[in-house]
Design a protein around this ligand. Sequence first.
Ligand code: UDP
Length: 497
Amino acid sequence: MEHQVSHRPPPRVLVFPLPAQGPVNSMLKLAELLALEGLYVTFLNTHFTHNRLLLHTDIQARFETYPGFLFKTISDGLPDDHPRSGDTIMEVIHSINSESKSIFKQLLLSNELGTSEGNPLVSCIIVDGIFGGFTTDIANELHIPIIHFRTFGACCIWVNMNIPNVIEAGELPVRGEEDMDRLIKNVPAMESFLRFRDLPSFCRASDLTDPNLQVFVQQTLHSPRAQAIILNTFEDLEGPILSRIRTLCPNIYSIGPLHMQLKRRLASKESSFQSSNSLFEVDRSCMTWLDAQPPKTVIYISFGSITVMKRNQLIEFWYGLVNSNIRFLWVARLDLVAGDGNHAQIPPELLEKTKDRGFIVGWAPQEEVLAHPAVGGFLTHSGWNSILESIVAAVPMICWPYFADQQVNSRFVSEVWKLGMDMKDVCDRKIIEKMLNDLMVERNEEFSKAANKMGRLARQSVHKGGSSYHNLDRLIEDIRLTSSGRFGRQVDIQINK
Ligand code: UDP
């Protein structure tokens, strides 16, 4: 990008993520991309999440190299001993939405988010859209442009945007288990394949005032109030859905896959690539184990940072794996199994049978694992980051969604993109064994072909000339215009109100 020579400091962007692994990971990558292109960035994290990042990564040293980059922290409003793990993440979201409005405003009015010698004031806010309501109120009040970053795919955002219509038409709430395969008619463009069971998990609530359902729907309704939306996706993957969203939010920057975009841009500036934004201790021993495995023989298993399963489900997965005879690398977080902790209670005969062809870690360097030649498949909870990372690495998937957007994502993986299979709502050793065999052997050619094609498109999108590359340049240019008060039409509309 060409910039006019100016003596003014670059604009300062405040980046405020949802404090959970997936969103923090992708928004740190965005923050790094903005910093790499010369913008000043203040990354606002909760105390808890920031301390975990400091413990497990080198972020402090890494980001110090970018002029004007600052980390600031705020409270999430919860007591110190709150677990903030697993699905208690919803309590964090509710707490921030209800407690943080005045702190957020005070911070923006103070000089604390910038540096006195650089640019002390924030000229643009990029916030996780799950906090879109209160942050947009304040941004409008203070006349600061605000962009909502949605860390879900466009497919789930479009579903969320239509949930009020689905409710209005009487398609929700669910009428019982026998209702789960009913097609949903009120999400345009998805009428032929979106079943009740594929709606975001919170739609399963029998009470439509359920706070988790409400927060997802209500916060999404704030999206059109933002100057723009950023999505970690690319046009070749979700172009038709993005066109639908543009009817409500015209200015969308689809700039993903962000991890690949960052890798590419760092390489072009001959900077080294450092990917870990982990809230967990990364165990790299699995890379040595992978080195010793034949090409495309290993299924990588990870259910992300939040999924919790029951012990009997864990045992079903184990039997499925044992019976399939397939090699595996499994990420088993200490809190993966509800109640009783880790794998200590796995029957010894199962462990014995897989000790030569299985490897377990507490947390893996996932992007590297997926790119390893030994990995031929991914059994995933279908979190959005995991899906993008799998697509870039051209690794086909079996999806076992846990919550939130994952139910929608897994339907798209199997029915729309044909990149794998959807095992939602099932946890049975026979089915697990069959799906593993299908993915890795019987139908491997079919899935690998589709995965290779989509992987190529993903990588092209972040090349110079690709859609995501272009959209990131456009985003940066538009943010620069904010400092001169010319951030597109919608700012003027807000300011003139
Ligand atoms: N991840 C990782 N190591 C692991 C498991 C996951 O680095 O062992 C990373 C993964 O690469 C992804 C993020 O954690 O970027 C998980 O995000 P996702 O959206 O897939 O799921 P979430 O954890 O938010 O449910």
